[in-house]
Design a protein around this ligand. Structure first.
Ligand SMILES: [Zn+2]
Ligand SMILES: [Zn+2]
Length: 366
């Protein structure tokens, strides 16, 4: 763990190098907390200590007391402890030993619980908060944020494989900010582990260390979305980047899903004004989706005098694993492997230790 701290400090020097072994830990940017002026920290399980990183030297600076407040300074963070004021461009809240859970509280994020070490650092003109945690804890937290509780076991097992694969495939996306992935939907939603229950943990355990790969052992781009609206889409059609694993499939299973159909009313003047400027754009539906915050870019348009009525289907980009289709299939008895092969093509299940991950972060135990 400590060796990685040096890596975080040397973020600007990181560059894509040769492929490497997959990591057992992951560094997740906690982006909601990065905007907070101050964050309260409390130990939930185990004990934590503060570490000051000063020009590469690590100094233990006292235990985390019951509740402590870490605040932004001009170019770093400060925290008041019993032994005095700690101020540094880089502070770490690190478990004293083994497993420990910390609660972070801020406005407007509220509170979240995480296992592992929390890094607070100033880098490239910005404040950053990043969690260094076990890959499996991260996957369990992603499942609860992405699909919630109350589904069939097979869905959790399959989605754990999808989320683990997706994380490994996108590793290094945020290397210039100092972390592997962010906790927003940009990567995968991750709101910590406070609501992870036994079903979710056992789904992760059942698939522990399994990753979807191509025949060379590289993790596939395991895209997923809420509801495809009846047919998934190729990555070529959506991102102009063909993948042999992401081809369209018919999916009747999501027809009853919560996000199968949607309707929106938009002021006709606003809609037409925007279309007038952007109509020549070939990705018009996709940009309309973004501009008007629509659930998907698949919709029909009806105009009347005042309003534009949109009737759409699906939620999300529609590429790869359809969560609501998979929920229904799992409920009807499909196995995790059936779920995965329904939505992805030409895949293999490979043990994590045999997967090759593009080594952009040096995060694999250096
Ligand atoms: Zn991200
Ligand atoms: Zn679907």
């Amino acid at each position: 763990m400590i060796a990685r701290i040096g890596l975080l400090m040397l973020v600007a020097l990181w560059a894509a190098t040769a492929n490497g072994q997959p990591p057992s830990t992951i560094v997740v940017g906690l982006e909601d907390f990065q905007t907070a002026q101050h964050i309260r920290c409390q130990a939930v399980n185990g004990t934590f200590e503060w570490i000051v990183v000063n020009y590469g030297n690590l100094q233990t600076a006292g235990a985390l007391e019951s509740t402590q407040r870490i605040a932004k300074t001009n170019r770093g963070f400060t925290v008041t402890t019993q032994t005095g004021e700690l101020e540094s461009s880089y502070l770490i809240l690190k478990p004293t030993r083994g497993f420990a859970t910390v609660r972070l509280i801020s406005e407007p994020t509220g509170y979240r619980q995480y296992t592992g070490a929390v890094h607070f650092y100033w880098h490239a003109g910005e404040w950053h908060v990043a969690l260094e945690t076990d890959l499996e804890d991260y996957v369990a937290g992603v499942l609860v944020s992405e699909i919630g509780k109350g589904h069939a076991d097979a869905l959790y097992t399959a989605h754990a494989i999808v989320s683990r694969t997706y994380a490994l495939n996108t590793f290094g996306r945020h290397r210039f900010e100092g972390y592997d992935v962010c906790d927003q939907v940009h990567c995968q939603a991750f709101d910590g582990v406070s609501t992870v229950n036994d079903t979710i943990r056992s789904g992760c355990r059942a698939s522990r260390h399994l990753v979807l790969t191509d025949r060379l052992g590289l993790p596939i781009p395991a895209a997923f979305h809420s509801n495809c609206g009846g047919m998934t889409r190729s990555s070529d059609a959506v991102w102009q980047e063909a993948s042999p694993h992401l081809e369209p499939v018919h999916d009747a299973a999501c027809a009853e899903g919560a996000h199968a159909r949607w309707e929106r009313q938009i002021q006709r003047a606003a809609w037409e004004g925007w279309q007038l400027v952007h109509a020549a754009n070939p990705t018009n539906a996709a940009s309309s989706r973004e501009a008007f915050n629509l659930p998907s870019d698949r919709f029909d348009v009806m105009l009347d005098e005042q309003t534009t009525a949109l009737t759409g289907w699906g939620f999300g980009h529609g590429v790869g694993f359809c969560q609501e289709g998979a929920m229904k299939r799992a409920q009807n008895g499909a196995s995790p492997w059936e779920l995965l092969t329904t939505y992805y093509q030409r895949i293999r299940l490979t043990a994590l230790e045999r997967v090759t991950v593009p080594k952009v972060l040096g995060a694999s135990g250096m």
